[in-house]
Design a binder for this molecule. Structure first.
Ligand code: ATP
Ligand code: MG
Length: 445
């Protein structure tokens, strides 16, 4: 008989499980808490959009649009793309859903995004981002607030060793003058540039500045900074952002080589970077995009925002803090009293915020083994002592009990025996046996 080949996980995708999932969920929960503290409201948007939404707002010349998008015609022949980021979809919704009336809007979202890239550590084809945007706010205070929020998020996650790198791309006038100066500089070194950068020279010369190709580096490093071209208004905007960060105690450093390739990016551009993730060192990135909504055909609307990779943040977590203690309750003896006791134990432990699962079905001999295979901290066994015929609650600790959870479990059990079963806890003996502590005593039948 022909063997059926088992399916494979698609390259660049992940099945997030166990400890990895715990870290992942912790990043998302922390983001949800922090964004609410800053009064950002959550939106949930489609996973796919018309391809044009991304092509027009991210820009045809970017890596994302030119080589990384998952695009396909659907059955009706519409050209669709799985979102490679959130900003474009948010801008589309802002226009199509009439959200202008709420401006300025502080929005946040999170979820899966898709890019056809070469998979490696910290780089996937389906990955996850958290995202925050302020739409309809032109003032530098919005940029500052987004950066302060990002800084707080990283601190609450306990992630340190991350540096905020900051740059300005100026206003339209600044940008044009600087662009001309860059083109002149790079054109003079045309012969020494990489092939990729030669292409960028025509379409997107600013991208040469952050090229990683060693042939481009010396030329990029010698390129003129934007500073000489900043208009007084652009200079004033940047000064207001840096003053706001200083006042909020957010450390930053200038990176005059940090650019975002698209024409509508204005003023603030930033990245939070670490050297702990090798080449994938950018954990959170964003900037101001005052021309984006206009480029989608909407009214000129300022905007600023950032996105961060959930997987990269999860990899940087060191301490998940005080872990939740978990318990499995095993009913080894199938009596009504035991079942009632197990339901009560389950209820009080859950009431004490302890995740609890009960094994009372199936083969009684196998229940304990099943429970023991789980990564729970406590195994609570309900059975009858073979010799004395007394009921037994055996509590077995399987982890290092730094927080004396066991003391809490015993107090809860004693209260339960007294209040619910009207048994004097003194009638129960506590002994050490079977590799755990055991409570022995009579249950009223
Ligand atoms: P990179 O330079 O690493 O390719 P990027 O400039 O393409 O990043 P953005 O578009 O700014 O990244 O996305 C924001 C964040 O999303 C990044 O800082 C990173 O944390 C994360 N990210 C980007 N691409 C991937 C990927 N393929 N897999 C996992 N995380 C990613
Ligand atoms: Mg990329």
């Amino acid at each position: 008989m022909a063997r059926i080949e088992t399916p494979r996980r698609v390259r660049g995708t992940q099945d997030i499980f166990g400890e990895e999932q715990r870290r992942f969920a912790h990043v998302l929960a922390t983001f949800e808490r922090v964004r609410a503290l800053y009064f950002f409201q959550r939106v949930d948007l489609p996973v796919f959009e018309d391809t044009q939404v991304f092509a027009r707002s991210i820009g045809e010349t970017t890596d994302v649009v030119s080589k990384e998008m998952y695009s396909f015609p659907d059955r009706g022949g519409d050209m669709l793309t799985l979102r490679p980021e959130f900003t474009a979809g948010i801008a589309r919704a802002y226009l199509t859903e009439g959200w202008q009336q709420y401006a300025p809007l502080r929005l946040s979202t999170s979820g899966a995004v898709f890019r056809y890239e070469r998979p490696q550590k910290g780089r996937y084809r389906q990955f996850h981002q958290i995202d925050a945007e302020v739409i309809g706010a032109a003032e530098p205070a919005a940029d500052v607030e987004l950066l302060v929020m990002a800084d707080q998020l990283l601190r609450e996650l306990g992630i340190d060793g991350v540096t905020l790198q900051l740059n300005t791309l100026g206003d339209a006038e600044t940008r044009e003058a600087w662009r001309d100066a860059l083109v002149a500089h790079f054109a003079a070194h045309r012969g020494d540039l990489s092939e990729d950068s030669l292409k960028r020279l025509d379409k997107n010369p600013m991208r040469i500045l952050d090229s990683k190709d060693p042939r481009d580096r010396p030329i990029a490093d010698a390129a003129p900074d934007i500073d000489a071209y900043l208009t007084p208004a652009a200079r004033g905007f940047f000064d207001a952002v840096t003053a706001g960060l200083d006042a909020a105690g957010v450390a930053w450093e200038r990176n005059a080589r940090l650019v975002r390739g698209l024409d509508y990016y204005r003023h603030t551009a930033f990245e939070f970077v670490t050297d702990r993730l090798g080449a994938q060192g950018t954990v959170l990135a964003g900037g101001r995009y005052d021309g984006l909504i206009g480029s989608l055909g909407g009214p000129e609307t300022p905007g600023v925002g950032w996105a961060a990779g959930v997987e990269r943040l999860a990899m940087l977590l060191i301490d998940l803090g005080k872990p939740l203690r978990t318990a499995a309750v095993v009913v080894e003896e199938d009596t009504p009293a035991m079942r009632a006791l197990s339901r009560d134990i389950e209820r009080i432990l859950r009431g004490a915020e302890m995740p609890t699962v009960t094994f009372s079905e199936g083969n009684p001999k196998k229940r304990y083994d099943k429970a023991a295979r789980l990564p729970v901290d406590y195994l609570i066994n309900l059975t009858t002592d073979q010799i004395t015929g007394q009921q037994v609650i055996r509590v077995k600790r399987r982890i290092n009990d730094r927080y004396n959870t066991k003391g809490r479990i015993y107090s809860a059990l004693k209260r339960l025996l007294r209040d619910r079963f009207h048994v004097d806890p003194k009638d129960w003996r506590r002994v050490a046996a079977h590799g755990g502590d055991v409570l022995l005593g009579p249950l009223p039948s």
